[in-house]
Design a protein around this ligand. Structure first.
Ligand SMILES: Cc1cc2nc3c(=O)[nH]c(=O)nc-3n(C[C@H](O)[C@H](O)[C@H](O)COP(=O)(O)OP(=O)(O)OC[C@H]3O[C@@H](n4cnc5c(N)ncnc54)[C@H](O)[C@@H]3O)c2cc1C
Length: 650
């Protein structure tokens, strides 16, 4: 199909939010011409996207993987002991939803209320939260939806390790709940849901749900992939179109080859937290000082563009588990027989296959007790008083278990592993991103800001200890993989102990070196006794320092970027108003997670979809349209029944 040079609405960026806006608007009126322009490739029916269990492959940085863009800190950071952080972002249609880990959580009600913007309270947004979901789990509350395009389920299998984790979490005071994504619970564990359709075993990505579904039944949604939007075209302060360039600048000796498409009604920027501010700045919307230095004509002086970058912070610790445990390690390591078996299983019965899962089957949200708070130091306590104390629905940390090592297996000893992820949900640290040139191919200047507020160390330190106590209490626990833990002094009682001797001998029964003794180098742990009553490990100040150094050396993105084009008053550094209009412009909206003025305690796919749904409503209102519900049938997925699932046996 030849693409028109003029449409009604242009959506720049095909992540979750952009897919929702483009798909909802196009479906609402077959006469409305909508163009979605995405920098990455089309994800349609890509088996490396839709098979859930292979998601880690999307994080390979081998020069071939172009499903992600890897943003690297421009300067090394003294807060991370001279290190630079790397934040991978999606570069494919569907955005993060095509490559993410598929973990389903939702923000707390107070997170939305804290936006302090009309129309954006949790109560206002609840109908939209429901509208997007095809919730396929049993539920104990009425906050979920059953007729939407995005499937949420427990996936094909849940490992016994997840049950082991839940039991051990209970033993340290984190109770089990059926559903902690009820917008209120902040201290409990659950079987962690996934963006996987339980009937098809496929990933539930936003492009398949909102865009391919409409393109299958209508011809007014024009999709342009591998095309990077370089800038918005303005007539005065009115957005009238965009210019885009080929995603890879291989032709024409580095010259930019722009194509212009006109938008009769409006332009929506949805290029994500790290993409959208760059487009704005290249278009003349940003801090006037910065733009003038680059000879960019100022359309609207908005110093908040690209500022207040936020994320969640991940540390991970890896543990040995028994040889009998069901983990994905052999599959991930590249064992051909295991890979063949698992891929075949997925082809034959995806509804119950091991690959119809992300192997992240359980997790928790936690808040500290009074006693724990006392140990967390003045910086965090000041933050607690300001941010958490009066908001009982806000968790401080998330923890989850992966039934495998989330690591490069070529660097690990043989064996079976679990990974404990620790996620800081509301960091106080802030970063920023700004263009370094008007040229869309030049890398921006990026400061992740990770750990630049000291208050962020204590909760991560606390949650490392918590998840370690959980791991030690699991029946399957067989030691700590010392390379993936803090380097405690070898004489400290807190020092990590690697694989237990029984597990080592079971794994390498003919090994002559198994169990040899050489001082601190080789000292296999005692045989593990699962029936033992555990005492919490006691940490000294020196131990805590070792944990903080480890945090500085290893803390990373949770891939949950937000906040660089905040929805707040212009005089407070805001970029968009409550209707997502960019201040000082006309017919231009930002609709993605860049608009969040504050953090959201959740894995952010649900929030990106929600911002997309809200954005779709706002544009529809502007254009005098009414959205058509339910949405077009999702390809490959059975039509939702619109009723809550029961605990069906398969
Ligand atoms: C590796 C990874 C793992 C994650 N795991 C989870 C998880 O398990 N659960 C969860 O809830 N969330 C997870 N997330 C987060 C979630 O996917 C994101 O929060 C969500 O995708 C953000 O949506 P968005 O629409 O704001 O932007 P994005 O998803 O970033 O989409 C932006 C889109 O715009 C495109 N783009 C950028 N610049 C341009 C340009 N100039 N022109 C045209 N197109 C452009 C990009 O290619 C991308 O497709 C993960 C994210 C990643 C990257």
């Amino acid at each position: 199909m030849v693409h028109p040079q003029e449409v009604d609405v242009i959506v720049a960026g095909g992540g979750p939010a952009g897919c929702v806006v483009a798909g909802r608007l196009a479906y609402s009126d077959p006469n409305l011409k909508v163009m979605l322009i995405e920098g990455g490739a089309n994800n349609r029916d890509d088996p490396w996207v839709y098979r859930p269990g292979i998601f880690v492959k999307n994080m390979q940085r081998d020069g071939i993987n172009d499903k992600a863009t890897f943003y690297t800190d421009t300067m090394s950071s003294s807060f991370m002991r001279g290190r630079k952080s790397i934040v991978p972002c999606a570069n494919i249609l569907g955005g993060g939803s095509s490559i993410n880990f598929q973990m389903y959580t939702r923000a707390s009600a107070s997170d939305w209320d804290d936006f302090k913007t009309d129309g954006w309270t949790a109560k206002d947004l609840l109908p939209l939260m429901k509208r997007l979901e095809n919730y396929q789990k049993p539920s104990n509350n009425d906050t979920h939806g059953y007729d939407g395009p995005i499937a949420i389920s427990n996936g094909g299998t849940i490992t016994a390790l997840a049950q082991d984790f839940l039991r051990a979490s209970d033993a340290i005071g984190v109770p089990f709940s059926d559903d902690i994504q009820d917008l209120e619970t902040s201290h409990a564990s659950e079987i962690w849901a996934k963006y996987i359709n339980r009937h098809t075993g496929r990933r539930s990505d936003a492009a398949t749900a909102y865009v391919h579904s409409v393109m299958d039944v209508q011809n007014n949604l024009f999709l342009r992939t591998n095309s990077r939007v370089s800038r918005v075209i303005f007539e005065g302060d009115k957005a009238v179109g965009v210019a885009y360039v080929p995603a890879r600048n291989r032709a024409h000796q580095g010259q930019t080859m722009e194509t212009i498409v006109k938008a009769r009604k409006c332009v929506v920027l949805s290029s994500g937290t790290l993409g959208t501010p760059q487009i704005l700045e290249r278009s003349g919307v940003g801090a006037a000082d910065l733009l003038k230095k680059m000879d960019i004509k100022v359309v609207s002086d908005l110093p908040g563009v690209g500022e207040q970058y936020q994320d969640h912070y991940t540390t991970l610790s890896i543990y040995r588990v028994s040889n009998e445990s069901q983990t994905l390690d052999d599959f991930l390591r590249g064992d051909k027989d295991v890979q063949r078996e698992l891929f075949q299983e997925w082809e034959i019965s995806p509804e119950k296959a091991r690959l119809s899962s992300n192997a992240i089957d359980a997790g928790f949200k936690i808040r500290p007790t009074e006693a724990e708070l006392k140990e967390m130091g003045p910086e965090f306590n000041a933050l607690w008083d300001k941010y958490f104390k009066d908001k009982p629905d806000k968790p401080v940390m998330f923890g989850s278990i992966v039934s495998a090592a989330y690591a490069d297996h070529s660097l690990l000893p043989p064996g079976k592993y679990i990974t404990m992820f620790q996620y800081l949900e509301y960091p106080a640290s802030r970063g920023k991103i700004h263009i370094a040139s008007p040229n869309p191919y030049v890398e921006p200047s990026f400061d992740s800001g990770f750990m630049n507020d000291k208050a962020d160390f204590a909760p991560i330190r606390w949650s490392y200890k918590k998840t370690r106590e959980v791991a030690r209490r699991m029946d399957a626990f067989r030691g700590e993989l010392t390379s993936h833990h803090p380097h405690f002094h070898p004489g400290s009682p807190a020092a990590c102990k690697d694989i237990d001797i029984g597990t080592a001998k079971g794994m390498l029964p003919n090994g002559f070196t198994v169990g040899i003794h050489m001082g601190t180098w080789h000292k296999p742990g005692d045989t593990y006794d699962a029936s033992k009553v555990h005492e919490d490990i006691k940490y000294t100040e020196e131990d805590d320092k070792a944990i903080d150094d480890w945090i500085a050396d290893h803390v990373e993105t949770t891939w949950h970027s937000l906040g660089t084009c905040a929805m707040k008053p212009r005089e407070e550094g805001g970029v968009v108003d409550g209707r997502l209009n960019v201040f000082g412009t006309k017919n231009l909206k930002c609709v993605d997670l860049s608009i969040c003025p504050d953090n959201l305690g959740t894995n952010t796919y649900s929030s990106a979809l929600l911002v997309g749904e809200k954005g779709a409503d706002l544009v529809a209102e502007d254009l005098g349209l009414k959205l058509r519900l339910p949405h077009a049938p999702v390809p490959h997925a059975p039509v939702p029944k619109g009723v809550p699932a029961t605990q069906q046996l398969r």
